[in-house]
Design a protein around this ligand. Structure first.
Ligand SMILES: Nc1ncnc2c1ncn2[C@@H]1O[C@H](COP(=O)(O)O)[C@@H](OP(=O)(O)O)[C@H]1O
Ligand SMILES: [Mg+2]
Length: 253
């Protein structure tokens, strides 16, 4: 296994275990728990990356962006807690830790998404996934499922579901939603209206390695380590659904 992939997985898993411990031991909840989790997980990721990859740059949701990454050969793109709202709310499994590695020559070259509440970490390898209960109940019928933000679903959510003859599945966290497609609990994840590079880099690295199609809602490629890290929309889906989805979403691009 690539040493970078292994490191991405170790870091996401370790940060996830720390977050579980903070949730169990801090006595905090809600926004306070979210804040503490963001801070401590970010510290862990930055310390380990500084120790183990001192020459690489880092782009993190929770750190100031000094833009030194723009001339770096390799940049780690991390989201210490994705789905902070859900992490702070009792009983949720839909939150994640994202660790991705981008290179100037090859784009996303490693990625890991931890789902700490399920004790699982997914890597950007071609190993197929056995779905386990956890993010959503295993679908009973054969209708397709389109997973969307529970709090900020895009306006085209229902039109996309209708075009596929499927149903909507609201869920928190971009990483959890992407892993729901990877795990077979959903068939597509669509989003628009706002997001940043750290929300999708690691989920996209994993999803692409598992054979899913990933791109913007107008069908163009997702690009990372840009000057402006705002990357407001994306589609992650089974490849055979790509054209039907883009036919609907491209009208909103
Ligand atoms: N309209 C928007 N503007 C900015 N960020 C957004 C957004 N909609 C979703 N996101 C971000 O995307 C991630 C998943 O959101 P959701 O759970 O609604 O699908 C969250 O990351 P964080 O939890 O890391 O902040 C959230 O902040
Ligand atoms: Mg996020």
């Amino acid at each position: 296994m690539s040493v970078d992939r292994e490191l991405a997985g170790d870091l996401a898993t370790a940060a996830g275990e720390l977050l579980i411990a903070i949730r169990a031991e801090s006595g905090l909840s809600g926004k306070e728990l979210g804040k503490a989790g963001d801070l401590r997980s970010n510290e862990l990721l930055l310390e380990r990356l500084a120790a183990e990859r001192p020459d690489d740059a880092v782009l993190s949701e929770e750190s100031a962006d000094d833009k030194s990454r723009l001339t770096a050969e390799r940049v780690w793109i991390v989201d210490p807690v994705d789905g902070t709202r859900e992490y702070g709310t009792e009983g949720h499994t839909d939150w994640a830790v994202h660790v991705a590695l981008w290179s100037a020559t090859d784009g996303l070259i490693a990625g890991a998404v931890a789902l700490p509440a399920l004790g699982l970490t997914y890597l950007d390898d071609p190993v197929s996934i056995t779905p386990t209960d956890g993010l959503a109940a295993v679908p009973k019928g054969d209708r397709l499922r389109v997973v969307v933000s529970g709090s900020r679903p895009p306006a085209f959510s229902q039109p996309v579901a209708d075009a596929l003859g499927g149903d909507l599945l609201p869920m928190g966290s971009a990483g959890a939603k992407a892993m729901a497609v990877v795990r077979g609990e959903a068939d597509a994840y669509v989003h628009a209206g706002g997001q940043y590079e750290w929300d999708s880099a690691a989920p996209v690295a994993v999803a692409q390695a598992k054979g899913l199609w990933c791109g913007r809602i107008d069908g163009s490629p997702l690009q990372y380590n840009r000057d402006d890290t705002y990357l407001p929309d994306l589609v992650i889906c089974r490849p055979e659904l790509r054209d039907a989805i883009i036919a609907v979403t491209s009208g909103s691009a």
